[in-house]
Design a protein around this ligand. Structure first.
Ligand SMILES: Nc1nc2c(ncn2[C@@H]2O[C@H](COP(=O)(O)OP(=O)(O)O)[C@@H](O)[C@H]2O)c(=O)[nH]1
Ligand SMILES: Nc1ncnc2c1ncn2[C@@H]1O[C@H](COP(=O)(O)OP(=O)(O)O)[C@@H](O)[C@H]1O
Length: 207
């Protein structure tokens, strides 16, 4: 599902982080938001999946029922939405607007369907794919994270194969970062975003 009528909203260029579940998107973006808390803001998605221990409603996701989510989509409240591993996920217009209203760089953590759908809007983000070094490493990281049932793990691994191929399609991503060593991957992420970070710092200092 997508909304091609979304108008470009004022402020700096958003950033999309995508890639397989377990590739390290949350780890990297949390590091980034910690180091640059006055530069980046997270687009809090809606989901029908259950919160994991330690996750907070309104911070990691807005946890909703399928009915509530569908009602929001029908009302036109969402920029994009997708089904992933048996649950619904979506970016509301408000999630992005809340961040952009603060003049922060909006970061979206979305799957490949989300990437396809955002490309049909005029949000015009920087597209970054975070990839694991191999399927074997990905499986180990997902198992060690201990958040998934065996069924959910298998669904994520299946989706990961498709995602890894998608990331190789020319022109889809501006940058593909292989998250092998965390510090190196983080360095590459910062390097990719340096220009935008500098712009936002300048604007926010002069205002
Ligand atoms: N299209 C779309 N995908 C989302 C959204 N929010 C999260 N996702 C993706 O949904 C997938 C599953 O997310 P989650 O259940 O948090 O698991 P995790 O990625 O393994 O931590 C990931 O690929 C996310 O990038 C959203 O608003 N829209
Ligand atoms: N470079 C890395 N080396 C080792 N473990 C990592 C690395 N990056 C992330 N992890 C771990 O792998 C697991 C999956 O990372 P996470 O950030 O949750 O992925 P995603 O948000 O893409 O699903 C987490 O337990 C995290 O601590």
């Amino acid at each position: 599902m997508r909304d091609s009528t979304t108008k470009a909203m004022a402020g700096p260029r958003p950033v999309v982080l995508s890639g397989p579940s377990g590739a390290g998107k949350s780890t990297l973006l949390k590091k980034l938001m910690k180091e640059y808390d006055s530069v980046f803001g997270f687009s809090v998605s809606h989901t029908t999946r259950k919160p994991r221990p330690g996750e907070e409603n309104g911070k990691d996701y807005h946890y909703v029922t399928r009915e509530a989510m569908q009602a929001g989509i029908d009302k036109g409240d969402f920029i994009e939405s997708a089904e992933f591993s048996g649950n619904m996920y979506g970016t509301s217009k408000a999630a992005v607007q809340d961040v952009q209203a603060k003049n922060l760089i909006c970061i979206l953590d979305i799957d490949m369907q989300g990437v396809r759908n955002i490309k049909e809007t005029d949000l015009s983000p920087i597209y970054i794919s975070i990839q694991p070094p191999s399927m074997e490493v990905l499986e180990k990281r997902l198992r060690d994270r201990k958040t998934e049932s065996e069924e959910s793990l298998q669904k994520r691994l299946h989706a990961a194969k498709v995602d890894m191929e998608f990331s190789k399609e020319p022109g889809v991503f501006d940058v593909v970062i292989v998250n092998d060593n965390l510090d190196e991957a983080y360095g590459q992420l910062k390097h990719t975003l340096l220009e935008e970070i500098t712009k936002v710092k300048k604007i926010n200092m002069s205002s």
